[in-house]
Design a protein around this ligand. Structure first.
Ligand code: NAD
Length: 338
C-alpha cells in the first residue's frame, strides 16, 4: 500500500523514467547536496556532442544489413573524453547519453584527468559472424574517426566488445591518422595493451566487495555470492572472489542461469563457458529460472550484465545483504520496505 497521493505520484514518475531521466534526476539530487551553482548544474547536464551514424555492411550471405551506431561525448573539462563501446540489441541514444554522463562523474570521482563519453551499436553480436563484426566495427570507425583521438576521445571495451574490437578500431583509425595505438584502451597486449586490463573491472569488483565487507567486520571468505552476467566483468569477479574463499552459489548469462548451494566450481565453469559460449548445460550446478537470479538466497548480489535491473518490482524480493554494482547504471531509487 502506498501511503500518500504524493508518494503514488512519485512512484509513477519514477516508473516512467528511462536511464537518462533517472541519471539526470540522480545528478540533480547530488548537485543540490553539493550546493552546485544552478548554471553549472544545467551546463553539466548538456552533452558536448552526440553522434549518430548509420553503418551498412554486406553480410556473409551477400545481403546488406544496416545498424545504428552512437557516440556521445559528454564532457571534456578535465581531459580527453573516455568511455566504452557497447554492442547490444538494447543500445539506444538515451542509454548511451546516460552512460556517457556517468563516465564524466566516474573519471572525476576517481580523480583521473579524463572526461566522459560512451558509444554503442544496436546489434546482437551473437548473431553476427566474426567477419561481419569486423566489417561493422570498421564502418563505425570510418564514420567517427575524425571525432575521436588520443587528445579528444578514447574508446574502450564494454558489453559485447573486447580486445579484438579495439584492435579493429585501432587499425581502421590508423589508416586515416597514422599508427595510433593510444586511440583505444583495452586492446590486445601485442598491440600495446596494458597487462591486467582484461581482469581490471572484475578485480575492481573484488576490491570494492572486500572494502565494503571490511567496513562491516567481515571478509570475502565464506560469503555466498550471486552473479548476474558471466562475461568479462562477471567471470573475472567470480574467479577472483572464489580465489579469496567466496562461494559463488548462482550465476546467469544470456544463455541461462545455474545454481549450486555448495558453491560453483568457477575454473570448471570458465572452461565450460569457453567451449559452449555460455553457462547453460554446466553439469556442476542445477539450471534455474533466469528471472529469479536477482532474488536467489545469498549474502552478496553482483549485477554484472545490463544496468537498471533492480527496480520497484523486485527490490523487496532481494535477499542479499549487500549489492555490488558492476554494471554502470545505478539502482533506481526505491523505498525498500522490510
Ligand atoms: N568491460 C569493462 O571494462 C567494463 C567496465 C565498466 C563497466 N562495465 C559494465 O559491466 C557490465 C558487463 O560488461 P562486460 O564487459 O562484462 O560485458 P560482456 O559482454 O563481456 O558480458 C556481458 C554478460 O552479460 C550477459 N547478459 C547479457 N544480457 C543478459 C541478460 N538479459 N540476463 C543475464 N545476463 C545477460 C552476457 O551473456 C554476458 O555473460 C556492463 O554493464 C558494462 O557496462 C564493463
Amino acid at each position: 500500500m502506498r501511503e500518500t497521493k504524493k508518494e503514488e505520484e512519485e512512484v509513477e514518475e519514477e516508473e516512467a523514467m528511462n536511464a537518462l531521466a533517472a541519471t539526470n534526476r540522480n545528478f540533480k539530487l547530488a548537485a543540490r547536496l553539493l550546493g552546485l551553482d544552478s548554471k553549472l548544474e544545467k551546463s553539466l547536464l548538456i552533452p558536448f556532442r552526440e553522434i549518430k551514424v548509420e553503418c551498412t555492411i554486406p553480410k556473409d550471405d551477400g545481403t546488406l544489413a544496416s545498424f545504428v551506431g552512437f557516440r556521445v561525448q559528454h564532457d571534456n573539462a578535465r581531459g580527453p573524453m573516455k568511455g566504452g563501446i557497447r554492442y547490444h540489441p538494447e543500445v539506444d541514444p538515451d542509454e548511451v547519453n546516460a552512460l556517457a554522463q556517468l563516465m564524466t562523474w566516474k573519471t572525476a570521482v576517481a580523480k583521473i584527468p579524463y572526461g566522459g563519453a560512451k558509444g554503442g551499436i544496436g546489434c546482437d553480436p551473437s548473431k553476427l559472424s566474426i567477419s561481419e563484426l569486423e566489417r561493422l566495427t570498421r564502418v563505425f570507425t570510418q564514420k567517427i574517426h575524425d571525432l575521436i583521438g588520443i587528445h579528444t576521445d578514447v574508446p574502450a571495451p564494454d558489453m559485447g566488445t573486447g580486445p579484438q574490437t579495439m584492435a579493429w578500431i585501432l587499425d581502421e583509425y590508423s589508416k586515416f591518422h597514422g599508427y595510433s595505438p593510444a586511440v583505444v584502451t583495452g586492446k590486445p597486449i601485442d598491440l600495446g595493451g596494458s597487462l591486467g586490463r582484461d581482469a581490471a573491472t572484475g578485480r575492481g569488483v573484488m576490491f570494492g566487495t572486500e572494502a565494503l565487507l571490511n567496513e562491516h567486520g567481515k571478509t570475502i571468505s565464506g560469503q555466498r555470492f550471486v552473479i548476474q552476467g558471466f562475461g568479462n566483468v562477471g567471470s573475472w569477479a567470480a574467479k577472483l572472489i572464489s580465489e579469496k574463499g567466496g562461494k559463488i552459489v548462482a550465476v546467469s548469462d544470456i544463455t541461462g542461469a545455474i545454481k549450486n548451494k555448495d558453491g560453483i566450481d568457477i575454473p570448471a565453469l570458465l572452461k565450460h563457458t569457453k567451449e559452449h559460449r555460455g553457462v547453460k548445460g554446466f553439469d556442476g550446478a542445477d539450471p534455474i529460472d533466469p528471472n529469479s537470479i536477482l532474488v536467489e538466497d545469498c549474502d552478496i548480489l553482483v549485477p554484472a550484465a545490463l544496468g537498471g535491473v533492480i527496480n520497484r518490482e523486485n527490490a523487496n524480493e532481494i535477499k542479499a545483504k549487500f549489492i555490488i554494482e558492476a554494471e554502470i547504471i545505478q539502482l533506481i531509487r526505491t523505498r525498500m520496505r522490510s
